[in-house]
Design a protein around this ligand. Structure first.
Ligand SMILES: Cc1cc2nc3c(=O)[nH]c(=O)nc-3n(C[C@H](O)[C@H](O)[C@H](O)COP(=O)(O)O)c2cc1C
Length: 328
């Protein structure tokens, strides 16, 4: 594989989701390997001091890069966190022999440019099928993680309560608020969150039963009220992605699982939005774990459904984060 091919692979990787669209990665071509490194200058020091979400974001980019290699018809071996003495080196992808992508891989590869975070209303009259939920579970399991559908009595109340509490706590913290504001962007920007990525507003007569992150930092959510008829309540399908352990390696695995399951979802015509606040704050994560009776560690909660389509967020040009240590 030559340098241009490595560049193509990196273009696939850059389409991965990342917290606040920080794109906290760097890629280094090192002979027949592509190294994925954390870009600490893009870390969210207030929201994500342990860099857990940075690792999840980069894990998703690793998964997209792997599929990028497969799209070019080569085998690819991924090693996560390969060197204990170099914690910023998050993964190496070693390109192997020629090996065409399978039809299933082709479908996931084609889904990469179509995937996006949909923060608008979803059509909840179309249920998410059990067979798709089973495929999403398998996608998480294949990457060493688990996926739980929050459909037991009490699950939604737990999720809603903790989401409200977490977002209120974050917005009361001036440093978190300021950091969020720093990643809000004008239209056409190469990173961060522009207004157009916030999704179409929910119609006046519709509220969600779970608060979605308010990127204006006001903790404002559609509310029922006034003298009109009772609002229609949108109850999206909610899933929780988690891992058995809780360290940088598990966060990277969770990111790969996230990347994989988002592509399965996109291929099936669905959209999603992470409900990040519920796992942002360590104490809330522990409460979520206890109140849902989980043995493992929650990593990211998502709402799923059928959306209405929105423009995608921007991405930096690959030449800003791809360097060469040794040509292939
Ligand atoms: C770890 C992680 C946490 C995220 N948390 C949220 C969130 O709380 N709310 C939200 O709307 N989007 C969240 N996102 C989605 C990112 O904001 C989104 O991926 C990024 O803005 C790029 O946009 P795109 O997914 O449309 O390409 C999260 C993504 C990751 C990887």
């Amino acid at each position: 594989m030559n340098f241009d091919s490595m560049r193509t692979v990196t273009q696939f990787a850059a389409l991965a989701p990342s917290v606040h669209n920080t794109q906290p990665w760097q890629f280094v071509v090192n002979g027949h390997s592509l190294e994925v490194r954390a870009d600490a200058s893009r870390a969210l020091r207030q929201l994500d001091p342990a860099a857990r979400q940075l690792h999840i974001s980069c894990g998703a980019a690793v998964e997209f890069a792997r599929l990028g290699v497969r799209s070019l018809g080569y085998s690819c071996i991924v090693r996560l966190a390969p060197r204990a003495d170099d914690p910023l080196l998050l993964a190496t992808l070693t390109i192997g022999h020629r090996h065409p992508a399978s039809p299933e891989e082709r479908r996931l590869i084609e889904a990469i440019p179509r995937r996006y975070t949909d923060r608008g209303p979803y059509d909840t009259d179309i249920p998410v099928s059990d067979s798709l939920l089973a495929r999403l579970r398998d996608a998480a399991n294949e990457r060493g993680c688990w996926l739980r559908v929050l459909d037991r009595p009490g699950d939604r109340l737990t999720a809603a309560t903790l989401l409200y509490e977490a977002e209120s706590a974050e917005m009361a913290d001036q440093s978190v608020f300021d950091e969020l504001a720093r990643w809000r962007r004008d239209e056409g920007s190469e990173d961060g969150i522009p207004d157009s990525a916030l999704g179409e507003p929910h119609p006046a007569g519709v509220v969600t039963d779970l608060p979605l992150r308010d990127f204006t930092g006001q903790n404002r959510h559609p509310q029922p009220g006034g003298d009109g008829p009772p609002p229609q309540v949108e109850r999206d399908t909610i899933v929780l992605l988690g891992s058995d352990s809780d360290d940088p390696h598990s966060w990277l695995r969770s990111g790969r699982a996230l990347g994989h399951l988002l592509l399965v979802l996109t291929d099936a015509g669905l959209v999603s939005q992470p409900l990040g606040p519920v796992t942002d704050i360590p104490a809330t994560r522990i409460r979520l774990q206890r109140e849902l009776g989980l043995l493992g560690h929650p990593q990211l909660m998502l709402r799923l459904g059928y959306g209405h389509g929105r423009p995608r967020s921007g991405r930096r040009d690959v030449d800003k984060f791809l360097t060469v240590a040794a040509l292939p």
